[in-house]
Each structure stands twice: as structure tokens, then as C-alpha cells.
Design a protein around this ligand. Structure first.
Ligand code: AMP
Length: 439
């Protein structure tokens, strides 16, 4: 693989990359950086863990440092819009690392904390502003942030913006950007609304698509444990006791579930914290830093809270609950095996979750091996039955359905080309004129 030196980046940037210890560019860096250095717009279909932050940060730093100018009062020269505060903080840290020798001014803006320090940090203007949409818009409306001289705009995790209901805020921000600028859009998936947004936002973009999830997940050793719902906590405790488990990220479906699991582990003297959107910013940062520096061995998180968190050395991802969306499974297990490393992902599946497991397997096109060699294995769960499904009030209260003889199935087998193309559908983009139409 070609090295970073071929990218024609400033020596100060190359030195910082070398200090970060990156042996070679990742595929997205290799494909994107030359085009970004040439000033092109870019559509990056990539998830976190692929090295996409450096793919955009390095050429942006290079551009800003080569053409140094004083940002105007309250202005930013580059804006990176990202959905969560954790991601914003992380991206800002990446800019700090790669730009360590460049002396460019940065600010980071997100909600959930007081606005005054953020307002102050924008006072004299900055070269690089990383922000979440809601707080940014708020500060723009109060006149504390101005983007009239913006040179580069990055929309990160566009599909997640959509999921989290931020897309309208994003559009409002876009409407206030100058027309002449370089624009980059990154998204792990391309739902119709993001395709539409990209068409209006990007001008003659280069499209870079990293390895689809099916290949990414092959690096992770995956297993499924069939267990009764009521045995999941005991099964988790047993799993956490393995010697090779050094740092585990445990996923639950709900915030309440994350709290309950973390509390249960704490009661059993296992160092664990919960991470979800209802926690204060301080509590989230504390939980993350305890996990990062090894004070806690287990972080119990919901999908949205964990999305994009960059923590190296996660040996195990454990799905305490299976996710409703198969794509979330891919994101979850990608938390281990980051940047080429390997990891283990174990899913605790009860009888009611069997259809979710099958949907995941169809998406990743892998049959996940079942581990029956553990004390909580349940044949009943493996057969898609559950004790709760027989007794739970919600199920008992359902109206009785008449069972009709099955109609002959017209379903196409799972390997049809339509299925194979999911979820990383490649889309062809017509040349889009630079306009604010999408905003
Ligand atoms: P990202 O996809 O931007 O969240 O990056 C995922 C992880 O990969 C981060 O921990 C980066 O520090 C790391 N990383 C980025 N580029 C490289 C590279 N070329 N070689 C090795 N690790 C990298």
C-alpha cells in the first residue's frame, strides 16, 4: 500500500500522522485524500472505524494551513457537522492531533452544556468549527456564530442525522452557507432522503465507498448464545468473567435497560457504567473516560449513545438485546475490530428475538455460529419460543388470530441480486449544479 507521503500533504501534517503511529492510509483515506486535496466535493459511503475522520481532516488542515488567513469575528473557515456531542468532541480531538504543528484555531459546539464558553471560543473566529446541529443553529440565531466566509463544509453521519430527527436543523444550517465552498457528505447508508440531500448539496462529487459491512464484519469472531430472557444477566456475568475479555461494550435496546444492566453488574462488584442520551454531559464524559482508561471494564450503552465512539482495545461487544435494525448490528460489532484489529461479538438471543437474528444474518450474509457450550443454553430460545411469550400479559391480551392454511410462498430466495445489494446500495448521482436547492 502506498504511504501517506504520496498525498502531497504539508510536512507538519505528515509528521503528526507519523506520530499517531498509522502504518499506512486506510482504503477510504487512500481514495478520498487526493480528490479532496484537489478541491473536489465528495460523497463518502463509510461508517466509523474506517479512518474517515482523518480522510477529511488531513486535507482540510492542509488547505487551511496553506492559505492562511484571519477568520473574521465569529466566523469559521471549515465546519464539521456531526450528530452527537461525543462525535463532535472526538473529531475536534482528531483535528488537534493531526494539526498539532499548524497553529490553527478550533472550536467545538454542542448542546447539554452552558453556551458561554462556546460563545467566547468563537469570539475571534476559528479555522475549524466542529458542531452538532441544534446548538449551532441556536448560536447562529443569536448571532454568535457566522458562516458567511465558510470554505469547507463536512456533513458527517448524514443517515444518523436523519434517524435522530436533526435533518431539518441540518437543512436550515445549509441554507445559510455560502454557495462557493467545498462540500463533503459522509453516510454509512444512503436512504432516499440522504440521496436527495446529497444531490442538492454536492457539486460533481467524487463517490468513495468503503468495504460494505458484510466484509467488515468478517473480521469479527461472532457467536450467538440462545438464552431465556430471565437468564440473560447471569449469562452476561459469566461471559464477563472470561480471561480474554479485557474491555466489553454491552448493548441494550433501551436507556432504562442500560441502567438496569449496569446497576446489576455494579451490585456484583463488576466495574460498569451506563451510557445513554438521558445522562448528563458530565456523566457521559466520566463514563467514557473511565472506560477508556481502564477504570471500568464494562460500558453498557444504547445504539445512539455508542455510535461513533472511538475507543480502542474493545475486546468484546456483547449484544444483551439484539437490535431492531440489522444495520445497527453491523455498527455495534464494528466497535471491536477497529482499524484492522480483531475482536469478538457475542449476541444473547432469546426466543422472541429469533426473527431479529434471522434479519441480521440475512443482511450480513453470514450464518452466525451458535455456541451451545455454556451453562445458560436454551433449546427453547433456539426454537424461537420463550417462557415470556407464553405468559406475558401483552401477548395473552392479543386478540386470538385464526390460523389459515399457508398460501404458496412467492418469496424470492435470500440471495437474489436485490437482497445482495442491501444495505450498501450503490447509487448513481446525476451531476448536480451547485445550488442551495436542498436547503
Ligand atoms: P474513524 O473511522 O475516523 O472513527 O477512525 C477509526 C480509528 O482508526 C481511530 O482510532 C483512528 O485513530 C484510527 N485510524 C485512522 N487512520 C488510521 C490509519 N491510517 N491507520 C491506523 N489507524 C487509523
Amino acid at each position: 500500500m502506498k504511504g501517506f507521503a504520496t498525498f502531497d500533504l504539508l510536512p507538519a501534517i505528515l509528521n503528526a500522522v507519523q506520530a499517531a503511529g498509522y502504518p499506512a492510509p486506510t482504503p477510504i483515506q487512500e481514495q478520498a485524500i487526493p480528490h479532496l486535496r484537489a478541491g473536489r466535493d465528495l460523497l463518502g459511503i463509510a461508517q466509523t472505524g474506517t479512518g474517515k475522520t482523518a480522510a477529511f481532516a488531513l486535507p482540510i488542515l492542509d488547505r487551511l494551513a496553506r492559505r492562511r488567513m484571519r477568520p473574521g469575528v465569529r466566523q469559521a473557515r471549515a465546519l464539521i457537522l456531526t450528530p452527537t456531542r461525543e462525535l463532535a468532541a472526538q473529531i475536534d480531538t482528531s483535528f488537534a492531533t493531526y494539526g498539532a504543528h499548524l497553529n490553527l484555531a478550533r472550536a467545538v459546539i454542542y448542546g447539554g452544556v452552558g453556551q458561554q464558553p462556546q460563545v467566547r471560543s468563537m469570539g475571534r473566529g476559528v479555522d475549524i468549527l466542529t458542531a452538532t446541529p441544534g446548538r449551532l443553529l441556536d448560536l447562529m440565531q443569536q448571532g454568535f456564530v457566522k458562516l458567511d466566509h465558510l470554505e469547507v463544509f463536512v456533513l458527517d453521519e448524514a443517515d444518523r442525522m436523519l434517524d435522530m430527527g436533526f435533518i431539518q436543523d441540518v437543512r436550515t444550517v445549509i441554507a445559510r452557507l455560502p454557495l462557493v465552498r467545498q462540500t463533503l457528505l459522509f453516510s454509512a447508508t444512503m436512504p432516499g432522503e440522504i440521496v436527495h440531500l446529497a444531490q442538492g448539496l454536492l457539486s460533481d462529487p467524487v463517490t468513495v465507498e468503503t468495504t460494505p459491512p458484510a466484509t467488515t464484519v468478517e473480521r469479527v469472531e461472532q457467536k450467538v448464545f440462545f438464552v431465556e430472557r430471565s437468564h440473560k444477566r447471569a449469562a452476561l456475568v459469566k461471559l464477563l468473567d472470561q480471561d480474554d475479555l479485557t474491555r466489553a461494550l454491552v448493548f441494550t435496546r433501551t436507556k432504562h435497560g442500560a441502567d438496569k444492566v449496569a446497576l446489576d453488574l455494579q451490585k456484583r462488584s463488576i466495574e460498569a457504567d451506563a451510557l445513554h442520551g438521558n445522562k448528563s454531559q458530565g456523566a457521559r464524559e466520566r463514563a467514557l473516560s473511565r472506560f477508556r482508561n481502564g477504570e471500568s471494564k464494562v460500558l453498557v450503552a444504547t445504539d445512539i449513545a455508542a455510535r461513533g465512539i472511538d475507543i480502542n482495545g474493545i475486546s468484546h461487544v456483547i449484544n444483551f438485546d439484539l437490535p431492531n435494525e440489522p444495520e445497527s448490528y453491523v455498527h455495534r460489532i464494528g466497535r471491536t475490530a477497529r482499524a484492522g484489529r480483531e475482536g469478538v461479538a457475542i449476541s444473547l438471543c432469546d426466543g422472541l428475538e429469533l426473527p431479529l437474528l434471522r434479519a441480521i444474518e440475512k443482511t450480513i450474509r453470514i450464518r452466525i455460529p451458535v455456541d451451545t457450550q455454556h451453562p445458560h443454553h436454551s433449546d427453547r430460545a433456539a426454537a424461537g419460543e420463550s417462557i415470556t411469550s407464553m405468559t406475558s400479559a401483552t401477548v395473552v391480551n392479543q386478540p386470538v388470530r385464526t390460523v389459515r392454511p399457508a398460501r404458496p410462498s412467492r418469496r424470492v430466495v435470500a440471495t437474489s441480486s436485490a437482497d445482495r445489494s442491501q444495505p450498501m446500495r450503490r447509487t448513481v448521482y446525476p451531476r448536480a449544479a451547485k445550488s442551495n436547492a436542498a436547503s
